[in-house]
Design a protein around this ligand. Structure first.
Ligand SMILES: Cc1cc2nc3c(=O)[nH]c(=O)nc-3n(C[C@H](O)[C@H](O)[C@H](O)COP(=O)(O)OP(=O)(O)OC[C@H]3O[C@@H](n4cnc5c(N)ncnc54)[C@H](O)[C@@H]3O)c2cc1C
Length: 289
């Protein structure tokens, strides 16, 4: 399904928080799109048996995930599989840039789960100067050049193959248990990245064995860091700061679920998703015109 036109509310993340927000916003007759990196929250999917979700003791994560998704679809929520890379605001509209497309909305609810923040020395400083998180978006800047890809998840293998089509040489550094990459254009290096080096732009990648010369470093993590998603969003101790109405410091941006803090629980995520939706509806109604 495509999300053509302008949504009232764009929900980022298809877990319990995001889907609860979406269903509740639909009940208020708003046009709602949910963009999820996965078909359904992998966290919920992993939960073998859930005993504390009120009314359905002993439900499996998969059963609950399917029920939530079916509920959202039956309410007319538009579900799209994509990963949002960052969100821009201009002319009273939010534009979320995904790997596959761009999505426009008048308000945004973040239900992105627990997010890992940037961690490699030099990474933050060299973002946009050779450090990238999206091969599709930035691969062409490195045409014919030597690049490295550090990947914490198997999805990076596909990205590395894509880069190999464009770049001269790709060094693939899996930070998980890689079985095999057979592509001769990709050099696999099983090492821990210690530092991305370079002053004005990326010049190399330091491991325990020395510095590998590269002009670009692509990083693939399970989730996009909040700082990259929305640079002006207030974050403290790794969680998005919200008030009791699930409002962030940015007007029109709301957040719910694990991404706003502990306890990391389904019941909390669902409740906060509902509050975020009602706050987003209130915000939309306060807009001129
Ligand atoms: C093994 C296990 C067992 C558990 N058991 C229980 C239990 O018994 N009871 C209980 O209450 N809780 C349990 N939990 C916790 C529960 O699963 C979480 O608290 C809940 O899923 C949080 O919901 P959420 O919507 O906030 O985040 P998530 O479920 O993590 O969903 C967030 C979604 O957003 C997506 N996303 C992130 N960034 C982006 C982006 N940039 N673009 C698009 N999509 C993005 C993610 O891929 C993910 O699908 C368990 C968790 C695990 C792992």
């Amino acid at each position: 399904m495509e999300l053509a036109g302008i949504m009232d509310i764009l929900v980022v993340g298809g877990g319990p928080a995001g889907l609860s927000a979406a269903v509740n916003a639909r009940r208020r007759n708003k046009r709602v799109g949910v963009i999820g990196k996965e078909v359904m929250s992998s966290k919920l999917w992993q939960a073998h048996r859930i005993e504390n979700y009120l009314g359905i003791p002993g439900v499996s994560g998969q059963e609950l995930a399917n029920a939530m998704r079916n509920h959202a679809e039956a309410e007319g929520v538009e579900l799209i599989r994509d990963e949002i890379q960052n969100i821009l605001f201009a002319d009273q509209l939010f534009t979320a840039m995904g790997r596959e497309g761009q999505y426009m909305a008048r308000s945004v609810i973040l239900g992105i789960g627990v997010v890992q923040e940037a961690g490699i020395a030099g990474e933050e400083r060299l973002v946009g100067r050779g450090v990238s998180y999206c091969a599709t978006c930035d691969g062409m800047f490195f045409k014919g050049k030597r690049v490295a890809m550090i990947s914490y998840i198997p999805d990076g293998e596909e990205e590395a193959r894509f880069l190999a089509e464009i770049c001269g040489h790709v060094v693939y550094m899996p930070q998980y248990n890689l079985r095999q990459i057979t592509d001769p254009r990709i050099e696999v290096l099983k090492a821990k990245p210690l530092e991305i080096t370079g002053e004005q732009k990326v010049e190399g990648l330091r491991t325990a064995d020395g510095v590998i010369p590269v002009e670009g470093v692509f990083i693939e993590r399970p989730s996009v860091s909040i700082a990259r998603l929305l640079p002006d969003l207030k974050v403290e101790d790794g969680v998005i700061v919200v008030d009791r109405e699930m409002c962030t410091n940015l007007p029109g941006v709301f957040a719910a679920g694990d991404c706003v803090g502990k306890p990391w629980q389904i019941g909390k995520a669902v409740g906060e998703g509902q509050i975020a939706a009602l706050s987003a509806v209130k915000y939309l109604e306060s807009l001129p015109g």
